[in-house]
Design a binder for this molecule. Structure first.
Ligand code: CMP
Length: 143
């Protein structure tokens, strides 16, 4: 079954959006496999956002994600990588459709509430950066 990495960014944590975001994924039907509130180190931020290292906003991006705790999660389900991206909406909240997480809760591209893996390769890499194998749990939902 497919897994993806989802992270509520510092702005989402501080605006008390963790519960709302978790609820959207739960109600959609996905399974929460791991979750933690954590500070992101500079090294982890630079590795996680490595593909953006030549972009002019890289310093701002790393500075923001390391500024306050994030809520990191692994979600599992059919097509969860692609579907989570549509639930999140466009990267720039100004362009995100109403009804999506960024469309409903975001204003600025730099503070866009949530991150989600954009491909199976990114999901595997990002889950591995933020979690140990033993953090990813299995359980029955129908007990
Ligand atoms: P995310 O999905 O976490 O992946 C890369 C992030 O870079 C993206 O969300 C945005 O928050 C951020 N980003 C993209 N464009 C800009 C920009 N022009 N200025 C600041 N941050 C940006």
């Amino acid at each position: 079954m497919e897994q993806t990495f989802i992270m509520v960014k510092p702005d989402g944590v501080q605006r008390n959006l963790i519960g709302e975001i978790v609820q959207r994924f739960e109600k959609k039907g996905y399974t929460l496999k791991a979750a933690k509130l954590m500070d992101v180190s500079n090294a982890l931020a630079e590795e996680h956002y490595g593909e953006h290292k030549d972009k002019p906003f890289f310093g701002e991006l790393v500075g923001f994600i390391t500024s306050a705790p994030v809520f990191a999660m692994v979600w599992e389900g059919e097509n969860v990588i692609k579907t989570a991206r549509s639930m999140m909406g466009s990267t720039n909240p100004a362009e995100a459709q109403p009804g999506t997480i960024r469309g409903d809760y975001g204003v600025e591209v730099a503070k866009n509430v949530i991150h989600g893996s954009d491909s199976p390769e990114s999901a595997e890499r990002e889950i591995g950066l933020f979690f140990n194998e033993s953090d990813i749990l299995s359980y029955k939902k129908d007990i």
